[in-house]
Design a protein around this ligand. Sequence first.
Ligand code: FAD
Ligand code: UDP
Length: 390
Amino acid sequence: MCQDKRRTIMFDFLIVGAGFAGAVLAERLASVAGKKILIMDKRNHIGGNTYDHYDEAGVLVHKYGPHIFHTNCLEIFEYLGQFTKWRPYEHRVLASVDGMLVPIPINLNTINTLYGLNLSSTEVDEFFKTKAEKKERIITSEDSVVSKVGRELYEKFFKHYTKKQWALDPSELDAAVAARIPTRNNKDNRYFTDMYQAMPLRGYTRMFENMLSHPNISILLNTDYKDIVDKIPFREMIYTGPIDYYFDYCFGKLPYRSIEFKFDTIEAEVFQPTGTVNYPNEHAYTRVTEFKYLTGQKHPKTSIVYEYPKAEGDPYYPVPRPENAELYKKYQRLTMGLANVYFTGRLATYKYYNMDQVVGQSLALFKKLYPPNEIKKHVNGQKLPAKQHA
Ligand code: FAD
Ligand code: UDP
């Protein structure tokens, strides 16, 4: 008798979203736990917001804005290092203030250039002290900045940038937002001080291709999970999309901030003096990034991106405010009643996370689902050897 070869595959996991949160779990579940995975995305590509591609001029650009990898966690750096070689890169940002381009985060060089001074580290500490406003409690982003550097520098560097970025005054945003940007009394002009700072040598998309190239992983693109969730057989789900969408906005929409990215290619090798220039005060855009600094690509032309924050559009930034955290908690409580559905990532847990934090969150979820000793029992201790990719 003939057998019907079109037997439906039963997937162990349906993973919604092929960004870092979903791809890390797909990779771990397939290669370590031996599970059959369907990872899907409503976009036409993998990589989530870190997706990069070559533009018409042949310059490697990041479709959803500049992504610079940095972490203090060796485990995360080494984990991703199985899927890419790294290009060491330390990001530097200048802010356009008072007609000058000065380093941000604010440091000794910033103050000396801005005010025509020649202070030492000790003197600049004194300088900050005389300017800083005493605050009983640091609750908002305004508190966070004025308590360190005072109102004048807050106005020059933070107030208007933040208003553009979030359509909120810093006094309406959690302290943690502006606290991402430290204040330094030294001449360290780097944007980040993490131990490991590097870019995937051939880009993020190539790295994701390597992560997902496993025989147990199938990829489905251009599809909203709600269109297929009842049609595809699977045992468990990992969800990395917006949590409010999962629950049909039953408690109302969680606010997200979006951005319009405007790309341009210039007929010159170099456009600006550093990877990113921030415009806290002038223009409708917040910053301009020139990709070749990040990627190290050599090309006679150069491509840049302008970021115009906006309310509507793809959900890029959760908005850290107490009332939004409350609304998120209501959704989170609903997740607790669900069997076999797990939420991870920036949108599904409504957290303003960097890439490494999302990777860490998904690795932790994997360890919770399949503790290392359980893996040994199930796969006879046969962890697949780490792959090395270009
Ligand atoms: P995402 O990358 O958003 O992936 C979620 C995926 O789910 C998306 O591809 C989406 O299409 C898909 N999806 C959603 N809903 C559905 C659905 N219904 N059906 C199917 N698929 C769905 N971090 C850094 O560490 N360094 C940086 O320099 C940096 N720069 C950034 C710049 C910008 C402009 C932005 C917005 C973020 C930046 N980040 C940076 C943060 C970084 O993008 C995130 O930490 C990371 O990409 C989050 O990964 P994720 O998988 O959680 O989410
Ligand atoms: N920020 C600012 N001026 C700057 C840079 C940052 O006011 O020149 C504030 C702003 O509120 C911003 C936040 O600090 O949203 C965090 O900045 P970061 O560069 O980390 O933002 P991201 O890269 O996540 O967009």
